[in-house]
Design a protein around this ligand. Structure first.
Ligand SMILES: Cc1ncc(COP(=O)(O)O)c(C=O)c1O
Length: 362
Protein backbone atom coordinates (compact mmCIF):
# COMPACT_ATOMS: atom_id res chain seq x y z
CA UNK A 1 0.00 0.00 0.00
CA UNK A 2 1.35 3.42 -0.89
CA UNK A 3 1.48 6.38 1.52
CA UNK A 4 -0.66 8.17 -1.07
CA UNK A 5 -3.62 6.22 0.29
CA UNK A 6 -3.16 7.97 3.65
CA UNK A 7 -3.50 11.43 2.12
CA UNK A 8 -6.72 13.36 1.70
CA UNK A 9 -8.19 12.04 -1.58
CA UNK A 10 -9.02 15.56 -2.78
CA UNK A 11 -5.35 16.56 -2.46
CA UNK A 12 -4.30 13.51 -4.47
CA UNK A 13 -6.95 14.22 -7.09
CA UNK A 14 -6.54 17.98 -7.51
CA UNK A 15 -4.63 19.57 -10.34
CA UNK A 16 -1.87 21.51 -8.51
CA UNK A 17 -1.00 25.09 -9.38
CA UNK A 18 1.92 25.33 -11.72
CA UNK A 19 3.94 28.51 -11.20
CA UNK A 20 5.84 30.29 -13.96
CA UNK A 21 9.21 29.52 -12.36
CA UNK A 22 8.31 25.87 -11.94
CA UNK A 23 7.44 25.59 -15.61
CA UNK A 24 10.58 27.31 -16.85
CA UNK A 25 13.81 28.20 -15.04
CA UNK A 26 14.84 31.87 -14.85
CA UNK A 27 16.96 31.83 -18.05
CA UNK A 28 16.52 33.68 -21.32
CA UNK A 29 14.13 36.50 -22.10
CA UNK A 30 11.69 36.23 -19.24
CA UNK A 31 8.21 37.25 -20.28
CA UNK A 32 6.27 34.51 -18.49
CA UNK A 33 5.71 35.72 -14.91
CA UNK A 34 4.43 39.30 -15.10
CA UNK A 35 7.56 40.50 -13.32
CA UNK A 36 9.23 43.87 -13.63
CA UNK A 37 11.95 43.80 -16.30
CA UNK A 38 14.11 46.20 -14.25
CA UNK A 39 16.24 45.34 -11.24
CA UNK A 40 15.07 46.64 -7.86
CA UNK A 41 18.29 48.55 -7.16
CA UNK A 42 20.05 50.72 -9.74
CA UNK A 43 23.54 50.27 -8.38
CA UNK A 44 24.27 46.83 -9.84
CA UNK A 45 23.79 45.40 -6.37
CA UNK A 46 20.82 43.34 -7.33
CA UNK A 47 22.78 40.09 -7.64
CA UNK A 48 19.75 38.26 -6.18
CA UNK A 49 17.55 39.39 -9.10
CA UNK A 50 14.89 40.54 -6.72
CA UNK A 51 12.64 41.60 -9.58
CA UNK A 52 12.30 37.90 -10.45
CA UNK A 53 10.33 35.24 -8.63
CA UNK A 54 12.65 32.85 -6.80
CA UNK A 55 13.15 29.18 -7.55
CA UNK A 56 10.27 27.41 -5.70
CA UNK A 57 12.76 24.91 -4.29
CA UNK A 58 16.23 26.47 -4.70
CA UNK A 59 18.27 23.71 -6.24
CA UNK A 60 21.60 24.41 -4.50
CA UNK A 61 19.94 24.69 -1.12
CA UNK A 62 18.03 21.44 -1.62
CA UNK A 63 21.33 19.79 -2.55
CA UNK A 64 23.09 21.22 0.49
CA UNK A 65 20.33 20.05 2.85
CA UNK A 66 20.20 16.62 1.22
CA UNK A 67 23.96 16.34 1.77
CA UNK A 68 23.71 17.55 5.36
CA UNK A 69 21.02 15.02 6.24
CA UNK A 70 22.28 12.19 3.99
CA UNK A 71 19.12 11.80 1.93
CA UNK A 72 18.35 12.17 -1.78
CA UNK A 73 17.29 15.53 -3.20
CA UNK A 74 13.79 14.23 -3.93
CA UNK A 75 13.40 13.42 -0.23
CA UNK A 76 13.75 17.08 0.77
CA UNK A 77 11.19 19.86 0.87
CA UNK A 78 12.57 23.23 2.00
CA UNK A 79 10.02 25.12 4.06
CA UNK A 80 9.58 28.33 6.03
CA UNK A 81 10.76 26.66 9.20
CA UNK A 82 9.39 23.44 10.63
CA UNK A 83 6.21 25.32 11.47
CA UNK A 84 5.33 25.26 7.80
CA UNK A 85 6.21 21.56 7.51
CA UNK A 86 3.84 20.77 10.40
CA UNK A 87 1.07 22.78 8.78
CA UNK A 88 1.54 21.19 5.33
CA UNK A 89 1.56 17.65 6.74
CA UNK A 90 -1.62 18.28 8.70
CA UNK A 91 -3.40 19.77 5.71
CA UNK A 92 -2.37 16.92 3.40
CA UNK A 93 -3.13 14.00 5.71
CA UNK A 94 -6.05 15.11 7.92
CA UNK A 95 -9.59 15.46 6.63
CA UNK A 96 -11.55 18.10 8.54
CA UNK A 97 -14.07 16.58 10.94
CA UNK A 98 -12.88 13.03 10.24
CA UNK A 99 -9.18 12.48 10.97
CA UNK A 100 -6.99 13.14 13.99
CA UNK A 101 -3.42 13.77 15.03
CA UNK A 102 -1.82 12.01 17.98
CA UNK A 103 0.51 13.90 20.32
CA UNK A 104 2.05 13.53 23.74
CA UNK A 105 1.79 16.81 25.66
CA UNK A 106 3.46 18.73 27.10
CA UNK A 107 5.06 19.11 23.71
CA UNK A 108 5.50 21.72 20.98
CA UNK A 109 2.26 23.69 20.71
CA UNK A 110 2.06 23.98 16.93
CA UNK A 111 0.92 20.37 16.36
CA UNK A 112 -2.33 21.17 18.13
CA UNK A 113 -2.70 24.54 16.40
CA UNK A 114 -2.16 23.00 12.95
CA UNK A 115 -4.72 20.28 13.68
CA UNK A 116 -7.33 22.66 15.04
CA UNK A 117 -6.83 25.03 12.13
CA UNK A 118 -7.44 22.14 9.76
CA UNK A 119 -10.51 20.94 11.70
CA UNK A 120 -8.80 17.69 12.69
CA UNK A 121 -9.24 16.16 16.13
CA UNK A 122 -6.35 16.18 18.60
CA UNK A 123 -5.81 12.92 20.45
CA UNK A 124 -3.47 13.52 23.39
CA UNK A 125 -1.74 10.90 25.49
CA UNK A 126 -0.34 13.14 28.22
CA UNK A 127 2.97 12.80 30.01
CA UNK A 128 2.69 12.84 33.79
CA UNK A 129 4.93 15.09 35.89
CA UNK A 130 4.86 12.41 38.59
CA UNK A 131 6.50 10.15 36.04
CA UNK A 132 9.23 12.67 35.16
CA UNK A 133 7.23 13.71 32.08
CA UNK A 134 8.24 10.47 30.36
CA UNK A 135 6.24 9.66 27.27
CA UNK A 136 3.44 7.13 27.93
CA UNK A 137 4.60 4.66 25.30
CA UNK A 138 1.95 2.02 26.07
CA UNK A 139 -0.75 4.71 25.94
CA UNK A 140 0.51 6.01 22.56
CA UNK A 141 0.59 2.52 21.04
CA UNK A 142 -2.86 1.75 22.42
CA UNK A 143 -4.22 4.99 20.94
CA UNK A 144 -2.98 4.00 17.48
CA UNK A 145 -4.44 0.54 17.85
CA UNK A 146 -7.82 1.79 19.01
CA UNK A 147 -8.42 5.10 17.29
CA UNK A 148 -8.96 4.72 13.57
CA UNK A 149 -9.07 8.50 13.09
CA UNK A 150 -5.34 8.96 13.74
CA UNK A 151 -3.54 9.89 10.53
CA UNK A 152 -0.54 11.78 11.90
CA UNK A 153 1.57 10.95 14.93
CA UNK A 154 3.83 13.73 16.21
CA UNK A 155 6.91 12.71 18.17
CA UNK A 156 9.52 15.25 19.22
CA UNK A 157 13.09 14.21 19.85
CA UNK A 158 14.34 15.92 21.97
CA UNK A 159 10.94 17.08 23.13
CA UNK A 160 10.12 20.71 23.80
CA UNK A 161 9.84 21.51 26.73
CA UNK A 162 10.78 18.29 28.56
CA UNK A 163 14.02 17.70 26.64
CA UNK A 164 13.77 13.89 26.51
CA UNK A 165 14.43 11.84 23.36
CA UNK A 166 12.23 9.20 21.79
CA UNK A 167 13.28 5.68 22.70
CA UNK A 168 14.43 3.65 19.67
CA UNK A 169 12.52 0.50 20.64
CA UNK A 170 9.32 2.48 21.10
CA UNK A 171 9.76 4.20 17.74
CA UNK A 172 10.27 0.81 16.05
CA UNK A 173 7.05 -0.52 17.61
CA UNK A 174 5.15 2.60 16.69
CA UNK A 175 6.39 2.44 13.09
CA UNK A 176 5.34 -1.19 12.82
CA UNK A 177 1.85 -0.39 14.14
CA UNK A 178 1.41 2.66 11.94
CA UNK A 179 2.33 0.95 8.68
CA UNK A 180 -0.46 1.63 6.17
CA UNK A 181 -2.33 3.40 8.96
CA UNK A 182 -0.67 6.71 9.80
CA UNK A 183 2.24 9.01 9.04
CA UNK A 184 4.79 9.20 11.87
CA UNK A 185 6.50 12.58 12.14
CA UNK A 186 9.68 12.82 14.20
CA UNK A 187 10.37 16.48 14.85
CA UNK A 188 14.13 16.78 15.33
CA UNK A 189 14.32 20.55 15.81
CA UNK A 190 16.84 20.07 18.64
CA UNK A 191 18.61 16.94 17.35
CA UNK A 192 22.02 18.62 16.97
CA UNK A 193 22.20 19.24 20.71
CA UNK A 194 21.92 15.59 21.69
CA UNK A 195 24.26 12.75 21.10
CA UNK A 196 21.96 10.27 19.39
CA UNK A 197 21.49 8.90 15.91
CA UNK A 198 18.82 10.66 13.89
CA UNK A 199 15.64 8.83 12.85
CA UNK A 200 16.47 9.77 9.26
CA UNK A 201 18.22 6.44 8.76
CA UNK A 202 14.91 4.63 9.43
CA UNK A 203 13.22 6.35 6.48
CA UNK A 204 14.49 3.70 4.04
CA UNK A 205 12.45 0.88 5.55
CA UNK A 206 9.51 3.00 6.67
CA UNK A 207 7.77 4.99 3.93
CA UNK A 208 5.36 6.41 6.54
CA UNK A 209 8.21 8.10 8.47
CA UNK A 210 8.73 11.86 8.08
CA UNK A 211 11.54 13.76 9.81
CA UNK A 212 11.49 17.50 10.40
CA UNK A 213 14.73 19.47 10.68
CA UNK A 214 15.32 23.18 11.01
CA UNK A 215 18.05 25.78 10.76
CA UNK A 216 16.37 27.74 13.58
CA UNK A 217 18.19 26.23 16.55
CA UNK A 218 21.71 24.80 16.24
CA UNK A 219 22.29 26.70 12.98
CA UNK A 220 21.60 30.06 14.64
CA UNK A 221 19.14 30.99 11.89
CA UNK A 222 15.70 31.34 13.49
CA UNK A 223 15.28 34.67 11.70
CA UNK A 224 15.75 33.06 8.30
CA UNK A 225 12.68 30.83 8.63
CA UNK A 226 14.18 27.83 6.92
CA UNK A 227 13.53 24.18 7.66
CA UNK A 228 13.29 20.88 5.84
CA UNK A 229 10.76 18.10 5.62
CA UNK A 230 12.56 14.82 4.93
CA UNK A 231 10.35 12.06 3.58
CA UNK A 232 9.77 9.62 0.74
CA UNK A 233 9.41 11.33 -2.65
CA UNK A 234 5.67 10.45 -2.70
CA UNK A 235 5.13 12.40 0.52
CA UNK A 236 7.29 15.30 -0.70
CA UNK A 237 5.23 15.34 -3.91
CA UNK A 238 2.00 15.60 -1.92
CA UNK A 239 3.31 18.50 0.17
CA UNK A 240 4.48 20.24 -3.01
CA UNK A 241 0.90 20.22 -4.21
CA UNK A 242 -0.19 22.62 -1.48
CA UNK A 243 2.90 24.62 -0.49
CA UNK A 244 2.87 28.27 -1.56
CA UNK A 245 4.28 28.70 -5.09
CA UNK A 246 7.35 30.63 -3.88
CA UNK A 247 7.84 29.83 -0.20
CA UNK A 248 11.44 31.00 0.11
CA UNK A 249 12.48 34.58 -0.61
CA UNK A 250 15.68 34.82 -2.66
CA UNK A 251 17.70 36.45 0.19
CA UNK A 252 16.60 33.67 2.56
CA UNK A 253 17.70 30.96 0.17
CA UNK A 254 21.05 32.68 -0.40
CA UNK A 255 21.69 33.18 3.31
CA UNK A 256 20.64 29.63 4.19
CA UNK A 257 23.08 28.31 1.63
CA UNK A 258 25.80 30.50 3.10
CA UNK A 259 24.96 29.25 6.61
CA UNK A 260 25.63 25.68 5.48
CA UNK A 261 29.07 26.25 3.92
CA UNK A 262 32.11 24.45 5.32
CA UNK A 263 33.45 27.35 7.41
CA UNK A 264 30.05 27.85 8.98
CA UNK A 265 29.74 24.15 9.72
CA UNK A 266 33.03 24.28 11.61
CA UNK A 267 31.79 27.31 13.51
CA UNK A 268 28.55 25.54 14.32
CA UNK A 269 30.50 22.65 15.85
CA UNK A 270 32.44 25.08 18.06
CA UNK A 271 29.22 26.72 19.14
CA UNK A 272 27.62 23.38 19.97
CA UNK A 273 30.59 22.61 22.23
CA UNK A 274 30.31 26.01 23.87
CA UNK A 275 26.58 25.60 24.32
CA UNK A 276 27.13 22.25 25.99
CA UNK A 277 29.58 23.88 28.42
CA UNK A 278 27.15 26.71 29.06
CA UNK A 279 24.40 24.22 29.81
CA UNK A 280 26.58 22.70 32.52
CA UNK A 281 27.13 26.21 33.91
CA UNK A 282 23.38 26.83 33.85
CA UNK A 283 22.67 23.57 35.67
CA UNK A 284 25.30 24.42 38.31
CA UNK A 285 23.89 27.88 38.91
CA UNK A 286 20.41 26.40 39.38
CA UNK A 287 21.58 23.73 41.78
CA UNK A 288 20.68 24.16 45.45
CA UNK A 289 18.30 27.09 44.89
CA UNK A 290 15.59 26.96 47.51
CA UNK A 291 12.82 27.86 45.04
CA UNK A 292 13.73 25.17 42.50
CA UNK A 293 11.62 22.10 43.24
CA UNK A 294 12.60 19.92 40.30
CA UNK A 295 14.87 20.11 37.26
CA UNK A 296 14.59 18.34 33.90
CA UNK A 297 17.95 18.98 32.21
CA UNK A 298 16.95 17.12 29.04
CA UNK A 299 19.14 16.78 25.95
CA UNK A 300 18.44 20.08 24.18
CA UNK A 301 19.46 23.74 24.50
CA UNK A 302 17.07 24.43 27.37
CA UNK A 303 16.21 23.27 30.86
CA UNK A 304 12.76 22.79 32.36
CA UNK A 305 12.26 23.62 36.03
CA UNK A 306 9.47 23.28 38.50
CA UNK A 307 9.69 26.25 40.85
CA UNK A 308 7.88 27.82 43.75
CA UNK A 309 5.93 30.87 42.50
CA UNK A 310 6.68 30.61 38.78
CA UNK A 311 4.71 33.79 38.01
CA UNK A 312 6.60 35.82 40.63
CA UNK A 313 9.98 34.55 39.50
CA UNK A 314 9.19 35.25 35.87
CA UNK A 315 8.02 38.80 36.59
CA UNK A 316 11.06 39.46 38.80
CA UNK A 317 13.48 38.29 36.08
CA UNK A 318 11.60 40.29 33.43
CA UNK A 319 11.96 43.45 35.56
CA UNK A 320 15.71 42.87 35.43
CA UNK A 321 15.58 42.32 31.69
CA UNK A 322 15.95 38.52 31.77
CA UNK A 323 13.15 36.88 29.85
CA UNK A 324 12.20 33.28 30.63
CA UNK A 325 9.40 31.09 29.28
CA UNK A 326 6.38 30.39 31.46
CA UNK A 327 3.32 28.24 30.99
CA UNK A 328 0.59 30.13 32.85
CA UNK A 329 -2.17 28.68 30.65
CA UNK A 330 -1.05 25.07 30.84
CA UNK A 331 -2.52 23.15 33.79
CA UNK A 332 0.32 20.60 33.79
CA UNK A 333 3.18 23.10 33.42
CA UNK A 334 1.74 25.95 35.45
CA UNK A 335 4.55 25.76 38.04
CA UNK A 336 7.27 25.29 35.45
CA UNK A 337 9.58 27.61 33.59
CA UNK A 338 11.86 26.87 30.66
CA UNK A 339 15.28 28.49 30.44
CA UNK A 340 17.18 28.49 27.15
CA UNK A 341 20.95 28.05 27.34
CA UNK A 342 22.41 31.43 26.49
CA UNK A 343 25.87 32.96 26.24
CA UNK A 344 28.14 33.34 29.30
CA UNK A 345 26.97 36.93 29.53
CA UNK A 346 23.31 35.87 29.46
CA UNK A 347 23.99 33.32 32.18
CA UNK A 348 25.72 35.92 34.34
CA UNK A 349 22.65 38.17 34.08
CA UNK A 350 20.42 35.22 34.94
CA UNK A 351 22.57 34.32 37.94
CA UNK A 352 22.33 37.85 39.29
CA UNK A 353 18.56 37.87 38.87
CA UNK A 354 18.22 34.49 40.60
CA UNK A 355 20.50 35.59 43.46
CA UNK A 356 18.29 38.61 44.04
CA UNK A 357 15.14 36.50 43.89
CA UNK A 358 16.62 34.06 46.35
CA UNK A 359 17.52 36.92 48.72
CA UNK A 360 14.05 38.49 48.62
CA UNK A 361 11.98 35.30 48.62
CA UNK A 362 13.60 33.56 51.59
C1 LIG B 1 9.93 21.01 18.67
C2 LIG B 1 9.86 22.18 17.77
N1 LIG B 1 9.57 21.99 16.48
C3 LIG B 1 9.51 23.00 15.61
C4 LIG B 1 9.74 24.30 16.04
C5 LIG B 1 9.60 25.41 15.04
O1 LIG B 1 10.76 25.49 14.32
P1 LIG B 1 10.95 26.52 13.13
O2 LIG B 1 11.59 27.73 13.67
O3 LIG B 1 11.81 25.77 12.17
O4 LIG B 1 9.59 26.80 12.56
C6 LIG B 1 10.05 24.56 17.36
C7 LIG B 1 10.28 25.93 17.82
O5 LIG B 1 10.51 26.25 18.94
C8 LIG B 1 10.11 23.46 18.26
O6 LIG B 1 10.39 23.64 19.55
Amino acid sequence: MSVLSLARPEIVAMQPYSSARKEAPARGVLLNANESPWPLFDDNNDHLSLNRYPDPQPHELVEALAGLYSVACDQVLVTRGSDEGIDLLTRVFCRAGIDAILQSPPTFGMYRIAAQTQGAAVVSVPRQSANGFAIDTAGMLEAIRQDQRIRLVFLTSPNNPTGDCVDEGFLAELLALSENRAIVVVDEAYAEFCDRASSIRLMAGNPQLVVLRTLSKAWASAGLRCGAVLAQPEVIGLLQRIIAPYPLASPVAALALRALQADMRARQQQRLTELHENKQILLRLLKGRSFVLETWPGEANFVLLKVRDADGLLAHCARLGVILRAYAHDSVLRDCIRISVGSRQDLAALEQALDRWEATST
